[in-house]
Design a protein. Structure first.
Length: 368
């Protein structure tokens, strides 16, 4: 009873800590500008009106020094600040997340907050809910195992996610919920929520696609086919509806040479350049203490999950953890950004699934 009370106390302290730190030290990253512009355009504003509102609202939100950094540090940011058309040309990379745009609009509507504040609180409350889900999973375990949620929350970089004004925290929450249903063999619910995550980050199709194949191990071949059709349909519909520039254009401006205007940007594919970036960014991750943590943790889960699968121990949860971890590596190979935030929406559920190896789960949790 004392340990339970202590655990609840730790939960309240952790939630308070995450909320306070993320609310006062949140990152006004540049992407928040683009998402604000995307929301304004989606609401029917003209390009000039949306651009003017985006920077005026940012100026009201932050101190002069930070505003200067966000608007005008470097040629790219200066070009976006100077030209509404330049910023509008970036919209396919941000309107590509219609679920996130719709959620920001909904929070604005019901709370009266502006876009920047809406994004801030979406990330904060998504992180707090994920913390609660980890806590609930371990709370009823015996002795000190019930406190395992605490290091897992920090390994999952919840505080980092909470500070971001991007769709990464809400995507991680939705995908975590889908994986929890998947672990419990609630397949239809799980895969429908996975489909929803594609509207927040379409690149989640890699993780959703691999997870969608898992029923094959229960000799269910119909579900993987339906999942593949559903996920691919959503992905290509979103891409077509906003006239996305395509993978290589996105790759090039993000990882090779930043472009100030994407309206007519259509570089030829360069295999040598692709491998140059892939190898260079892999070495960057391996030699940078800030990035190697997510990379090494991914491989640890891959090797240990594969071992448990081969040893026929909790095969279902380890198939899930293994597929998600492999998805992270595939995602990195396709689009080798070094920033951990773009992988946490997959890594958090992988950590959660793998951590269940520590519990005495019912036999049928990993089989039909």
């Amino acid at each position: 009873m004392i340990l339970r009370a202590l655990n609840i106390t730790f939960l309240l302290i952790t939630l308070s800590f995450f909320y306070q730190k993320s609310n006062t030290e949140n990152f006004y990253n540049w992407d928040a500008i683009a998402y604000t512009m995307a929301v304004q355009l989606d609401e029917g504003k003209s390009t000039d009106e949306a651009h003017r509102y985006t920077y005026r609202t940012l100026k009201d939100e932050v101190d002069p020094g930070l505003f200067q950094t966000l608007c005008c540090t470097g040629k790219y940011r200066q070009d976006q600040f100077d030209s509404p058309e330049n910023l509008k040309s970036m919209m396919p990379m941000y309107a590509l997340k219609p679920g996130y745009i719709a959620l920001i609009k909904a929070v604005k509507l019901f709370t009266g907050l502006n876009e920047y504040q809406s994004m801030k609180y979406i990330s904060i409350f998504s992180t707090l809910i994920m913390t609660l889900l980890f806590f609930i999973t371990f709370f009823f375990q015996k002795n000190f195992l019930q406190f395992l949620w605490i290091p897992l929350a920090f390994f999952s970089q919840f505080l980092f996610l909470a500070k971001l004004m991007t769709p990464d925290a809400i995507t991680a929450l939705l995908f975590l919920i889908s994986v929890i249903f998947l672990i419990k063999n609630r397949l239809y619910t799980s895969y429908l929520i996975m489909a929803l995550t594609l509207t927040f980050r379409p690149d989640m199709i890699v993780a959703a696609g691999l997870a969608g194949l898992l029923p094959i191990f229960n000799k269910d071949f119909r579900m993987p086919i339906l999942n593949s059709i559903m996920f691919l349909s959503i992905y290509f519909y979103i891409s077509a509806s906003i006239s996305h520039n395509g993978w290589w254009s996105h790759f090039y401006t993000s990882l090779v040479s930043t472009q100030s205007n994407l309206d007519f940007f259509d570089p030829s594919f360069d295999l040598k350049k692709y491998f140059e970036i892939l190898i260079g960014n892999t070495l960057w991750v391996l030699n940078d203490i800030n990035y190697i943590s997510w990379f090494s943790l991914t491989f640890i889960i891959i090797f240990l999950s594969a071992y448990f699968v081969l040893e026929k121990k909790s095969q279902w949860i380890n198939f899930i953890a293994l597929s998600l971890s492999i998805a992270i590596i595939i995602k990195f190979i396709i689009f080798p950004k070094v920033d951990s935030r773009v992988y946490l929406a997959i890594l958090v559920p992988a950590i959660y699934a793998f951590s269940l190896n520590s519990l005495n789960l019912p036999e049928r949790i990993d089989s039909k």
